[in-house]
Design a protein around this ligand. Structure first.
Ligand code: TRP
Ligand code: SF4
Length: 400
């Protein structure tokens, strides 16, 4: 009924590094070629934890968009926007809050975890408790059915599905829903209405998921059905009312294999990052001073790549031949560590070169990025409005 749509957001809390590139952005670039994609700056989400330092938000937001463009996110293929520039996210967040059980929010595993992890901040706020619900509003407002996120965000997606289900259950019921649905079935024509009824029974009585899939694609193909009837029949399959909100599916992003300079995961809080647009000299210096296998004190001491963070970089960047050379050279002390690092430096710089190239014009002329975001926000506002109309109507707010 609704076309495939991908949505994801990122909080503007610091400059992006190679971990983001390998973990998230490369995936976005791939998705934008396959699907309609919406990518946004989650500035309100950043404020839930950084409400005390608002001055970092705006500059980080612009820098982050430039980093996306550097990575190859393409504004002619994907819609890029800023959350706070689409105020309907806040409206939906408010409306959803009316029917969100407090216990659901308190039980989201990231809630207590993060509060403890970020104990230097006071996160016993209403806004922080509401974090997952704001995320639900972000997703549901575009009826996005695919959301690429890392493992850590999976509970928020599960929560979002529950909210969508609850919303449809409460507000999708219209007076005479069943009768209207039965009438809509008749409009399918005798052969298809029989098929629809059989598939619905199979799903409802035996939980047959493939029957549900078949029935959905049957409805997808119907062109002579009004949108209202089509929505009713989608909802009727699962027993409830009209399907107003779409339950999103998690597109789990594989954890990035990108290690940090010290061998731990690359992360701002470990101070072991290489930024996306870092100065080449600084990159050279950082890699040259990376720790290596501590057993190689002298050049003549053999080492073990398995104990060396540089080897992790070879796993990301090098071909088999280079890796064999490292294995041989390290274990026999045939090469020195600086020698071993040299192809890594080259490959990081080769990877970076097109990124720097792509954003040169954006760095020179800030109005270009402003315009990209202005276009994206306009489009996002339009799309959001389409869903909001249905939501307001369902919740008794369509004054006319
Ligand atoms: N919470 C997400 C994160 O920290 C960011 C985010 C906000 C998001 N809204 C979203 C991700 C909607 C996907 C969809 O990574
Ligand atoms: Fe690490 Fe390479 Fe030195 Fe071996 S030779 S310890 S893999 S940097």
């Amino acid at each position: 009924m609704f076309a495939d749509r991908v949505l994801s957001g990122m909080r503007p809390t610091g400059s992006l590094h190679l971990g983001h590139y390998h973990g998230v952005l490369k995936n976005w670039v791939k998705l934008q070629q396959q699907y309609e994609c919406l990518f946004f700056v989650a500035d309100w989400h950043a404020l839930t934890t950084h409400y005390g330092t608002p001055e970092i938000i705006e500059q980080n937001a612009w820098d982050m968009v430039i980093d996306w463009l550097a990575a190859g996110v393409d504004p002619s293929q994907a819609t890029l926007f800023i959350q706070s520039k689409v105020p309907a996210h806040a409206e939906l967040y408010l409306l959803l809050s009316m029917m969100t059980p407090l216990g659901w929010l308190e039980r989201v595993p990231t809630y207590k975890d993060q509060q403890e992890r970020l104990s230097e901040k006071d996160l016993s706020t209403y806004g922080f408790l509401g974090y997952p619900l704001l995320q639900s509003a972000d997703i549901l407002i575009y009826r996005a059915n695919r959301v690429p996120v890392g493992e850590d965000q999976a509970p928020h997606l599960e929560f979002t599905r529950e909210i969508a289900r609850r919303f449809n259950h409460i507000y999708g019921k219209e007076p005479g829903f069943e009768e209207k649905a039965e009438l809509a079935i008749k409009k399918l024509g005798s052969r298809k209405s029989k098929l629809y009824t059989e598939l619905r029974t199979l799903y409802q009585e035996q939980g047959d998921e493939s029957a549900l899939e078949k029935a959905r694609s049957l409805l997808d193909e119907q062109q002579n059905l009004s949108l209202g009837d089509q929505e009713r029949l989608f909802g009727y399959l699962e027993g409830g009312g009209k399907m107003i909100l779409v339950e999103p599916e998690t597109l789990l992003t594989e954890a990035s294999r990108m290690p940090g300079l010290d061998g731990q995961k690359m992360s701002k809080s470990y101070h072991n990052t290489i930024s996306l647009r870092e100065d080449p000299d600084s990159i050279r210096k950082k890699i040259r001073t990376m720790p290596t296998d501590p057993a190689r004190v002298r050049r003549s001491d053999p080492g073990d790549p398995a104990k060396c963070p540089v080897w992790q970089f070879h796993l990301v960047y090098s071909d088999d031949k280079t890796r064999e050379w490292v294995q041989w050279g390290c274990t026999t002390a045939g090469i020195g560590c600086l020698e071993c690092k040299s192809p890594v430096i080259d490959m990081v710089l080769v990877e970076q070169a097109p990124m720097v190239e792509r954003v040169r014009e954006y760095e020179e002329d800030p109005t270009l990025v402003r315009n990209i975001i202005a276009d994206g926000c306009e489009r996002a506002n339009k799309l959001a409005e389409e869903t909001m109309r249905d939501i307001r109507e369902a919740m008794g707010l369509s004054y006319s």
